[in-house]
Design a protein around this ligand. Structure first.
Ligand code: TMP
Ligand code: ASP
Length: 235
């Protein structure tokens, strides 16, 4: 295989013969706390590739423009080439993780309205929280793009929350990345237990990367359970 154009913590990106498309390879590597904690989660690459493909398809059906083209193999998907914005969009329904700490709420307390946050994608700075003004000052996105990020974040939250309710999964919060393809803003990256908090609606059991971050055990089983609830596929 050709050399990767880019290797991140969980994925590698390859050029293809089509200048408009990239091949994304999903790895089993897992990191947390900005790479301080390292490990592997067996079959995570396969699971996140399939889970992300499922969510991108669902979002396409609901009119959310995204980079997904098609699955190529168990660990690979073809995507539209994006120039990624250096902004992470987080949407939250229930206080957890860094928000619970920041505002002093116990984890699991429902927010009265969804909360949208922006983070500056910069590993050296540890991805700090930013607002519209920082985005403008740092020239990370135009005001119009920032409004679009907020709009699509809330729309994606609606689609995913409603879909997951039927699968007895509560969508606590999630992180999105967006990029520009031929002048159009598209959702990129992945949507998986690495980038979302999923809690079982009935038991409250965590079915996401917090099992790895917090050493809760049964990490693989949690990712497998999410794929099973979405598609019925048992791995
Ligand atoms: P946080 O509570 O740690 O800020 O995380 C919010 C959401 O964003 C959670 O669903 C996990 C996801 N996330 C990532 O996808 N990548 C990251 O680097 C971090 C810190 C969080
Ligand atoms: N992806 C992040 C990292 O290693 C952290 C996380 O998901 O918590 O750095």
């Amino acid at each position: 295989m050709k050399e990767a154009l880019y290797e991140g913590k969980a994925k590698k990106v390859y050029a293809t013969d089509n200048p408009d498309e990239y091949l994304v390879y999903y790895k089993d590597d897992a990191t947390a706390f900005n790479g301080v904690k390292k490990g592997t989660i067996e079959s995570k690459g396969v699971l996140n590739n399939k889970i992300s493909a499922f969510f991108f398809d669902l979002l396409t059906k609901h009119g959310v423009p995204n980079h997904f083209v098609r699955l190529v193999s168990d660990r690979e998907m073809l995507v539209k080439k994006l120039t990624i914005l250096q902004i992470e969009v987080v949407v939250r329904n229930i206080a957890a993780g860094s928000l619970a700490k920041r505002i002093g709420w116990e984890e699991g307390r429902k927010l009265p309205v969804p909360v949208v946050e922006f983070y500056y994608k910069d590993d050296e700075l540890g991805d700090p929280l930013i607002n519209y003004y920082h985005a403008r000052a740092l020239n990370l996105a135009t005001d119009e793009e920032m409004k679009a990020l907020e709009h699509w974040g809330l729309k994606i939250n609606e689609v995913l929350t409603n879909f997951l309710k039927d699968k007895k999964v509560e969508l606590i919060d999630f992180k999105l990345e967006f990029g520009i393809h031929n002048g159009q803003l598209l959702l990129g990256d992945e949507i998986s237990p690495d980038t979302c908090r999923f809690w079982d609606s009935e038991t409250g059991q965590k079915l996401d990367k917090d099992r790895f971050r917090r050493d809760l055990g049964d990490v693989e089983a949690a990712y497998k359970e999410i794929l099973r609830r979405l598609t019925g596929e048992v791995i």
